[in-house]
Design a protein around this ligand. Structure first.
Ligand SMILES: Cc1cc2nc3c(=O)[nH]c(=O)nc-3n(C[C@H](O)[C@H](O)[C@H](O)COP(=O)(O)OP(=O)(O)OC[C@H]3O[C@@H](n4cnc5c(N)ncnc54)[C@H](O)[C@@H]3O)c2cc1C
Length: 507
C-alpha cells in the first residue's frame, strides 16, 4: 500500500523531530528521513565496554537549560507531550570555572550570579549590573526564548551585530571579569569578539536560569519524540539519506533519496547542517549571496571528546553535580587555539548515574586539520596512527583534569574518544565542528539562514539556522513550524497549554 506524506523532514535531530511532532499535532502527516541508522543526530547515545561493565554515553546532551517548570525548554517538551525526568545541577555552582589564576562558581539565577561576580570582582558593581540587565533584556527580546509573541528581537540589528567583546569593552570590564563572563563560551563555541549578544544571552541565559541533567540522556528525549510522532500518524525512516529536494514550478514537490527513490510531499523541511542543506536545495532556493555564505560557512572549532568511567573509590565531593570548565589560560579564547601538547582545555561533565557507576565526558577542542589524513576513512575503520593521536589528545585532557581536580588523579578510566571525524560521520557536520556552523556575527541576524526559501512549502531549520544547543535547536524546530502555522498563534498555544501547576501556600 502506498502511503503519502504531507511533509518530509530531512534530519532527525531535535529540530527535525520537534518540527515533525508539532506539525503532526496540527494535522500534518510528516515523514522524517534520517541518513544514519539511529535517530537523534547529536542527541544520539552510544555504548562501549568499560572496566566496570557496559557504559552508555551521550554525544551532545550533557546538560540543558531553562528546564524549571514554566521555563521555555520545560514548556516546549510538555507541549509536545513529553514528561522528561530531569535533575537540577548544583544551584550554588552548576558551572565551576577553573583558570590558572583561580576558580569561580557560577550559581543558578542572574541575581545570585551578579552577587557572586561582585564578590569576585570588587569595584565593578556597576558594570556587572549593566551586564546582567542587558542579558535579561536581550533574552526577553527573543520571541521563542521568552515565549512572547510580541517580542521583536529578531529584527534588532544591535542584538546580532554587536559582539560580546564590544559590549564588554563598552562596559569597561577588567580582564578578570571578562574572563569570568566569557568562560562558558564553549556552550556556543565562538570567541567573544565574534559572538553576537543575542547568542551569548540566549545560551548562557538559559544555562544560568535552569540548568538540568536529562535523566537517561538524549535517548530520554529522542525515544518519546519518535513514539509521539508515530502516535500522531507520522513516521521516521532510518538509513534514508536525502540526495536532493524536488520542486515543481514554484512549489516544493518532494525528496529524492541517495538510493534513487523519490518521495513526494508538498512541504519539505531540511533540518540539517546549513552546508549540507545548500547541497540538497535547488540552486536558486536562496539568493546567491546567502547561498555562498551557507556553502562557505565557517565551522565551529572541532570537537574532541573523551568518554570514560570514574573509579568507585574516587572522592567526588565538590566534583559531581556540576560542570568544570578547565581552561589553560586566563583568556577563555584559548579554547579556540587548541594545541597538541600539554594539558588541554576541557569541559568535564559527570552525569548522575541513577545507581550505576559514575561516567564522565570531557569536551575539548581540536583542529580539523589534525585529522585530515584520515578524512577518506570511516569511523571504526581507522588505523593505529589515528588511535595513537586519539590516545595522545585524550591523555592531554586527562592531564588537565588531574592537575585541576587532584582528587581524580589516577581515578579516571578512558573508554573511548571522539574526534571531528566522528561527528562528521555520525551527525553529518562537514568538518566536525562542535555545533556545526559557527553562530557568529557573519552567520546570524540578517546574515543568517532564512527559514523560508523562494519555493512554497520549502524550509530550512536546525541549530545552524539559530541558536546552538538542545534548547536552541528545539526552538528552531518550533520556529519553522511557526513559519508554516503562524508564529504568534503557535507561541500563544504553547504558553496556554503549558501553564505550570500553581504551588499551594506553604507547600
Ligand atoms: C560534543 C557535543 C556536546 C554537546 N553538548 C551539549 C549540551 O550539553 N547541551 C546542549 O544543549 N547542547 C549540546 N550540544 C549541542 C546539541 O546537541 C546540538 O546543537 C543539537 O542537538 C543539534 O540539533 P539539530 O536538530 O540542529 O541537528 P543535529 O543533531 O545536527 O541532527 C542533524 C541530523 O541530520 C541528519 N542528516 C544530515 N544529512 C542528512 C541527509 N542528507 N539525509 C538525511 N539525514 C541527514 C544527520 O545524520 C543528523 O542525525 C552538544 C553538541 C556536541 C557535538
Amino acid at each position: 500500500m502506498r502511503v503519502s506524506y504531507s511533509t518530509i523532514i530531512v534530519g532527525s535531530g531535535i529540530s527535525g523531530l520537534s518540527a515533525a511532532v508539532v506539525l503532526a499535532m496540527h494535522g500534518r502527516r510528516p515523514l522524517v528521513l534520517e541518513a544514519h541508522n539511529v535517530a537523534g543526530g547529536c542527541m544520539q547515545m552510544f555504548q562501549r565496554r568499560g572496566p566496570f561493565g557496559a557504559c552508555r554515553f551521550d554525544t551532545g546532551v550533557h546538560y540543558v537549560g531553562s528546564l524549571y517548570p514554566g521555563q521555555v525548554m520545560w514548556r516546549l517538551l510538555r507541549y509536545m507531550g513529553l514528561d522528561v525526568s530531569t535533575q537540577p545541577l548544583d544551584p550554588d555552582c552548576f558551572d565551576r570555572i577553573s583558570l590558572p589564576s583561580g576558580e569561580f562558581c557560577v550559581p543558578v539565577g542572574w541575581d545570585k550570579l551578579a552577587d557572586a561576580l561582585k564578590q569576585a570582582c570588587p569595584g565593578e558593581e556597576a558594570a556587572i549590573d549593566a551586564y546582567v540587565a542587558r542579558m535579561r533584556a536581550v533574552e526577553a527580546a527573543l520571541n521563542w526564548h521568552s515565549l512572547n509573541p510580541d517580542a521583536e528581537g529578531a529584527y534588532d540589528r544591535d542584538l546580532y551585530e554587536t559582539s560580546l567583546e564590544k559590549f564588554l569593552q563598552r562596559l569597561g570590564v577588567s580582564p578578570r571579569l571578562r574572563a569570568l563572563l566569557c568562560a562558558q563560551s564553549s556552550l556556543y563555541a565562538v570567541p567573544a569578539a565574534d559572538v553576537p549578544l543575542a547568542i551569548h544571552a540566549a545560551v548562557v541565559g538559559s544555562a544560568v536560569e535552569g540548568p538540568h541533567y536529562i535523566m537517561g540522556g538524549g535517548d530520554a528525549i529522542t525515544r518519546p519524540l519518535v513514539k509521539r510522532l508515530r502516535e500522531l500518524g507520522g513516521e521516521l525512516r532510518l538509513r534514508a539519506p536525502a540526495k536532493r529536494v524536488l520542486v515543481e514550478g514554484e512549489q516544493a514537490a518532494g525528496v529524492e533519496l541517495e538510493s534513487g527513490e523519490v518521495l513526494r510531499a508538498d512541504e519539505v523541511i531540511l533540518a540539517v547542517h546549513p552546508r549540507v542543506a545548500v547541497k540538497l536545495l535547488p540552486e536558486n532556493a536562496y539568493r546567491k549571496a546567502l547561498r555562498e555564505r551557507m556553502a562557505e560557512a565557517p565551522e565551529c572549532v572541532g570537537a574532541f571528546v573523551v568518554y570514560g568511567t570514574v573509579n568507585p573509590q574516587a572522592d567526588l565531593s565538590g566534583v559531581s553535580g556540576r560542570n568544570h570548565y578547565l581552561l589553560r589560560s586566563d583568556d577563555p579564547d584559548c579554547f579556540y587555539q587548541p594545541v597538541m601538547d600539554g594539558p588541554a582545555d576541557a569541559i568535564l561533565n559527570l552525569p548522575p548515574t541513577g545507581g550505576g557507576h559514575q561516567l564522565f565526558s570531557a569536551m575539548g577542542s581540536a583542529r580539523w586539520e589534525w585529522f585530515e589524513p584520515w578524512q577518506h576513512s570511516r569511523t571504526l575503520k581507522r588505523d593505529a596512527a589515528y588511535q595513537a593521536l586519539k590516545d595522545k589528545l585524550a591523555g592531554n585532557i586527562v592531564a588537565m583534569i588531574e592537575q585541576r581536580l587532584p582528587q581524580l588523579k589516577g581515578r579516571l578510566h578512558v573508554v573511548d574518544a571522539s574526534t571531528p571525524l566522528t561527528l562528521r560521520d555520525y551527525a553529518g557536520y562537514p568538518r566536525g565542528g562542535i555545533y556545526g556552523v559557527q553562530p557568529s556575527l557573519s552567520a546570524q541576524g540578517r546574515f543568517g539562514v532564512r527559514r523560508r526559501t523562494r519555493y512554497r512549502g520549502l524550509y530550512v531549520t536546525g541549530a545552524g539556522t539559530g541558536t546552538p544547543g538542545i534548547l536552541g535547536a528545539c526552538v528552531t524546530g518550533f520556529g519553522v513550524a511557526g513559519s508554516m502555522l503562524g508564529t504568534e498563534q503557535l507561541i500563544r498555544e504553547v504558553k496556554a497549554a503549558t501553564e505550570p501547576p500553581v504551588k499551594e501556600e506553604g507547600a
